[in-house]
Design a binder for this molecule. Structure first.
Ligand SMILES: [Zn+2]
Length: 104
């Protein structure tokens, strides 16, 4: 469980991590995709969009389901279907955290 806990924090403020990754996946829909498929990010406003630190703190949105539950392999964990399934089970099928809201 500890590695899952460690991996979960990489689902937020992960712009730099995603940029450095070769493979990404979503803990919500358990889909695998490439970093360049991610087109939606949260965290920037009109006030900080020119702030490079704020840019690097953006959070990726899944290109498949829109959840802020994206992990990239640059976080140090192998991003594959098995790992994502374990993350999904730990967080989304139990009640450890609230389910992230899906933005449409
Ligand atoms: Zn997803």
């Amino acid at each position: 469980m500890n590695e899952l806990l460690a991996a979960y924090r990489y689902t937020s403020n992960n712009w730099a991590q995603i940029e450095a990754s070769q493979q990404c996946g979503c803990c919500n829909c358990v889909e695998l995709f490439k970093p360049d498929e991610i087109v939606g990010w949260t965290g920037l406003t009109m006030d900080n969009m020119n702030d490079s630190a704020a840019v690097a703190q953006q959070t990726a949105m899944c290109p498949r389901c829109g959840s802020e539950a994206v992990l990239g392999d640059a976080c140090g964990f192998a991003i594959n279907a098995n790992f994502l399934a374990r993350m999904n089970e730990a967080w989304f099928q139990r009640t450890l955290i609230r389910r992230p809201s899906v933005k449409t």
